[in-house]
Design a binder for this molecule. Sequence first.
Ligand code: SF4
Length: 263
Amino acid sequence: MSFGIAIFFLEFGTFDVESMLDFNTHDLSEHVGTLVDSAMERDAVLLPPRAYLGASSLGEDCARRLQFQYFNTPKDAGRHFPGRVLRVFARGHRVEDWMADWLRLAGFDLRARNEYGEQYGFTAAEGRMRGHADGVIVAGPSGFRYPMLWENKAVGAKTFRELRKKRLAASRPVYATQVALYQAYLGLHEHPALFTAICADDMAIYAERVNFDRGLAQRASDRAVHILRACDTAELLPRISTTPTHQTCRYCPWQDRCWSLPH
Ligand code: SF4
């Protein structure tokens, strides 16, 4: 301790240095966090709007919400994704890249892009329905049938536990619908897909072979047609519930708009 600092302690008595440091750290975390959040949120606003129904959301339960999405309807005030959530999305993309590398390291010939250098994907309904798959595995260790679709998610511990307990279709039907649609539209329905999930808490791996569910793919595709037709005729599809406090509505970015409409 320098002489000047010692005088300071003598003159001002004792105080809890630990809590002072904690306070400063907290203050700085908040300051830097706010700077990063604001920058990420500004960036997110600049992303081009998505003018199609995405295969990744077609399994969601509210068709009206999908209409709002399709029309790029402005979200309710204060309902944009905060920086923290945007970082969770960013983490998902990075984890997907890592998992692809690790699968390759393990001997899977995983292709994330087709021969034109584009992400594997499909468009239907004149481009108004689209999906982008994580990859296709064309060869690799025995015990698998190739080519097979590969789809990966970075998930929290709760989702990870549920996947292990109930498997994909029962625990995460939105993901299962996405897989079924990719298998159907990319012509990868003959062999089971490989679905993997990484637990973001401890990086544990979940893997499941997913047989093609023709009925699920057909229902999702029919649903997309139904939603697009309703959009074309400006028909607002029914709400999912009779109360705005329904679980799905509580987290819906169009909750206020939806429930301010007459029906
Ligand atoms: S508020 Fe509820 S009913 Fe309305 S669009 Fe959102 S999820 Fe659907």
